[in-house]
Ligand binder design. Structure first.
Ligand SMILES: Cc1cc2nc3c(=O)[nH]c(=O)nc-3n(C[C@H](O)[C@H](O)[C@H](O)COP(=O)(O)O)c2cc1C
Length: 214
């Protein structure tokens, strides 16, 4: 397939480096709210890039669950391929692409497990069958011989934990937070003259900003 004649001109907005909040968290929340208002489907879905000791980057979608005062949180299986990457290299990037707004946000920083109590509190709020599903994936990313094997595991776990029974939080499941060190906001513009502004953390309360060539 050839896509060389496929191109769009972007004209939905602009990003003025001289007219942005001091805190990138404010801008991230504003953009996220605008994406929600514009009915972007799952604007909190993000590509998460990790790289383990084998030096081979690996990327997949996960769902952002919280923007904290220091970073962004998602939940997963700690024994998954990404979990192993993170054990070996605590640097990660996450990327949001909101096509409808012609915007991209790129978050970079160090990644660490959140407190087990917080993970468990979230796990216990999830729908019962999602909780059971988390137990099926032990360990996530391992080979499974067939869908039938997965379904049988699911049914066995549903018998063990019927609808009204509490599903324990698996030790191998929980949240990670990427503490934001740099965050780049990208707004598509006409003629490939896009706006790119990157915030870099200076200390706990201050950030520097730079405009980057598109
Ligand atoms: C829309 C969407 C949302 C997803 N959300 C999550 C998530 O929040 N956590 C998660 O572990 N996997 C999520 N996944 C599955 C991951 O993309 C991936 O398949 C899985 O985590 C295994 O990745 P790994 O083998 O690189 O560890 C999601 C996939 C899609 C398409």
């Amino acid at each position: 397939m050839d896509f060389t004649d496929k191109r769009l001109s972007y004209d939905k907005g602009e990003l003025d480096q001289n007219n942005i909040p001091v805190s990138p968290f404010e801008l991230l929340k504003t953009w996220m709210n605008q994406a929600l208002e514009q009915k972007v489907k799952e604007p909190y879905a993000m590509s998460l890039a990790t790289c383990g000791a084998n030096m081979k980057p690996s990327v997949r979608i996960v769902l952002l669950r919280e923007i904290t005062d220091t970073g962004i949180v998602f939940y997963t299986n700690y024994e998954s391929a990404k979990g192993q990457d993170i054990d070996e290299n605590p640097n990660a990037e996450a990327l949001f692409f909101w096509n409808e707004l012609e915007r991209q946000v790129r978050v970079s920083g160090s990644i660490a497990k959140i407190e087990a109590e917080k993970s468990s509190a979230y796990f216990q709020k999830r729908p019962h069958d999602s909780q059971v599903g988390a137990w099926v994936s032990e360990p996530q990313s391992a080979e499974v011989s067939s869908r039938d094997v997965m379904e049988a595991r699911f049914e066995a776990l549903k018998t063990k934990y019927p609808e009204n029974a509490q599903v324990p939080t698996p030790e191998f499941w929980g949240g990670y937070e990427i503490t934001i060190e740099t965050i780049e906001f990208w707004q598509g513009r006409a003629n490939r003259m896009h706006d790119r502004v990157v915030y870099t953390q200076i200390d706990d309360t201050s950030w520097s900003t730079k405009r980057l060539l598109p």
